[in-house]
Design a protein around this ligand. Structure first.
Ligand code: MN
Ligand code: ZN
Length: 340
């Protein structure tokens, strides 16, 4: 079978690899239909993802149709449409014991630390396989994972009805987090440097947008909150200065969710945090958020069709990567199709 493998940075190939088979009782063999290309796949491609090792079959956003199940699998059957959670944890470290397995001390992510889903077939453990209950368009099966990032952000930030939320950055993660926040009943103001992205964000449900290259964010937030200051901030820009800005902009007792994995320090003092008694939390991957996202796709409260910019056959991975690297501002999510 075919798989998309990054041999080393800037060298991606479609290669032949052995088709995986059921080995354990709880294994599930899935024929992959679609996968979403993520910024972290691009990071593996261009050598900036510090977590990745090579060569690697990439893809951590993927789904498909169950082809075969192990003898111990009872909740799935051949023909089921499913999405695969790429998070693999040990089950017994501290984080796993307190139900935070997405930060397991020996965490592995399919498509990053081990081979992923940009391939024709995948075997995954049944506990990582989440099924749809309606006949969902196959293009969207691979788009559950990016929305789980949005659900995790909302859970970590305890975003709920009536909250006023600033989401910095209107890329795919910002949009997914916004859709979930809106579904949760929050009011959302979003920022970006690209006007077209903000227009998209607004058409997808953002209440307000701020073009930070031209508008004063603090003034816009004052207007948005009737002068109170913003209580919840999600930073999807993830640079040292955006983190500093979060701490500066949050109102007293505010909450800040960060998702960045950069190693550069920000200039934040203890007093900045103590004075306002800020809650600053990290949000990484997803902690059993797949079923919530699938329910949102099924009841129409979350919109994968809005996230998908366009699709390519997996055979055109080069074209897809070129589009993303040359026109990043025009792309939210590119979907690769494997059943072609
Ligand atoms: Mn991703
Ligand atoms: Zn663990």
């Amino acid at each position: 079978m075919k798989a998309i493998k990054v041999i080393e940075p800037f060298n991606v190939k479609i290669v032949d690899v052995p088709k995986p088979s059921i080995k354990k009782q709880d294994d599930v063999l899935i024929k992959i239909t679609s996968g979403g290309i993520c910024g972290s796949d691009i990071g593996i491609y261009n050598g900036t993802n510090s977590l990745a090792t090579y060569p690697r079959v990439i893809g951590h956003e993927f789904g498909g149709i169950v082809e075969e199940i192990g003898s111990g699998v009872t909740n799935l059957k051949p023909g089921d449409k499913v999405a695969v959670d790429p998070v693999i944890s040990c089950g017994h470290c501290y984080a796993c014991r307190i139900n935070r397995h997405n930060v397991c001390s020996t965490l592995e992510v399919m498509g990053v630390h081990r081979d992923g889903g940009f391939t024709e077939y995948v075997v995954a453990s049944a506990s990582n396989v989440h099924k749809f209950h309606i006949d969902m368009d196959e293009s969207y099966l691979g788009l559950v994972e990016p929305f789980t990032i949005g659900v995790e952000i909302n859970r970590r930030g305890q975003i709920t009805k009536g909250d006023k939320v600033l989401i910095m950055g209107s890329g795919p993660i910002g949009i997914a987090a916004m859709q979930v926040a809106k579904r949760n009943g929050a009011e959302v103001i979003m920022t970006d440097l690209v006007k077209e992205r903000l227009e998209k964000a607004k058409s997808m449900g953002a209440d307000e947008t701020v073009l930070v290259s031209e508008e004063n964010l603090e003034e816009c937030l004052n207007k948005f909150t009737d002068g109170e200051g913003i209580p919840v901030i999600v930073d999807t820009v993830c640079i040292p200065s955006s983190f500093e800005q979060c701490v500066q902009l949050a109102c007293p007792a505010g909450r800040i969710v960060v998702i960045g994995l950069k190693n550069q320090p920000s200039a934040i003092t203890m007093a900045d945090i103590t004075r306002k008694e800020l809650t600053i939390v990290g949000s990484r991957l997803n902690n059993n958020c797949f079923d919530e996202v699938i329910a949102g796709f099924e009841d129409g409260s979350l919109h994968p069709e809005q996230l998908m910019t366009r699709s390519f056959s997996y055979k055109d991975i080069d074209k897809a990567l070129t589009l993303i690297t040359e026109h990043p501002q025009d792309v939210l999510k590119i979907v690769l199709k494997f059943d072609v």
